[in-house]
Design a protein around this ligand. Structure first.
Ligand code: R5P
Length: 295
């Protein structure tokens, strides 16, 4: 198969460029025209018949992105692309993995069904798998999951002296334990209680024996930042130093980034799965390898 064509949904151009370089591919030319009434026209300008096409589309704030993405994927198939693989470094709609309250939709399943009907393969980074053990439980297309832990561990090793890895809740154990093992440092996991979108509290186990270490709070998603803010405040109460906050996916709803700094974070660093000023750790290399495997 010829070199893949990498198409970037708006906002994904830098990631798509790096992905294309790592794949030895070329940028795909296309236009998404938004009509005055809000509908979208997709036009693909690169010849795609018989080619492998990659769509780079990170899916934070997904609702506005979904139709253009599905239309682009269908258009590529319609024009004869041999395969269409979606590189979605951040994959949304995974936290609603059960009906938490009567009458709610299990949107993780509905979203997975939509994507599975439009692309031939999916690559993502540390999807929020909690009650699902694998994407295969809800996606019917082949998928590859990249873990950011090796890249984050390299970063921590180089940037943080005498670290203590801290997960803000039980779900974060999987990421934090892996990073700590790679760095060769201890880790602890806090207990989180979430009462609402922006109402979070955490409790801290005994950490006195780690008082000489630099706390590194690590989580898969920083959204409102409330989880990390609450954790940072409790660590401060326990006499630990200002934490370094590391997120795989920095969604930063509202003023979450500033709020986190105000709450006492010494530094905030994220991977490049979602474009943000805090991006300091790249996962493009492993994403490219996984895309290649699916093509
Ligand atoms: C939830 O279980 C995730 O792992 C994160 O802890 C959560 O999404 C963080 O959200 P926020 O920044 O809004 O507290």
């Amino acid at each position: 198969m010829s070199a893949p064509l990498v198409f970037a949904l708006p906002g994904n151009e830098p990631f798509a460029q790096r992905l294309g370089d790592a794949l030895g591919g070329r940028g795909g030319a296309m236009d998404l025209h938004r009509f005055p009434d809000g509908e979208t026209l997709v036009r693909v300008d690169s010849p795609v018949a018989g080619t492998a096409a990659v769509i780079a589309a990170t899916l934070f704030r997904p609702d506005d992105k979904l139709l253009p993405l599905l239309f682009l994927a269908k258009t590529l198939k319609d024009l004869g692309a041999a395969r269409v693989v979606l590189a979605a470094p951040y994959l949304c709609y995974l936290r609603q993995d059960k009906r938490f309250h009567e009458g709610e939709g299990v949107t993780s399943r509905y979203f997975a069904a939509l994507l599975s009907a439009h692309v031939d393969g999916l690559v993502t980074v540390d999807p929020h798998l909690h009650r699902y053990k694998s994407l295969d439980e809800i996606y019917t297309i082949p998928s590859r999951v990249i873990h950011a832990a090796p890249a984050i561990a390299d970063w921590v090793r180089e940037e943080v002296t005498n670290p203590l890895l801290i997960g803000p809740d039980e779900e974060s154990e999987q990421w934090v334990g892996d990073i700590a093992a790679r760095v060769g440092c201890p880790h602890v996991v806090l207990q989180k209680t979430r009462r609402g979108d922006r109402d979070v509290s955490v409790s801290v186990p005994h950490v006195e024996r780690h008082g000489d270490r630099t706390p590194v709070l690590a989580d898969d998603i920083i959204s409102t930042g409330r989880t990390m803010m609450a954790a940072a405040a409790r660590l401060w109460d326990e006499g630990l130093a200002a934490p370094v906050c590391v997120g795989v996916h920095g969604l930063f709803a509202g003023d979450a980034h500033d709020g986190l700094l105000r709450a006492g974070a010494a530094r905030v660093v994220t991977t490049d799965t979602v474009p943000h000023a805090t991006n300091g750790i790249s996962v493009v290399g492993p994403v490219a390898q996984a895309v290649r495997a699916l093509l």
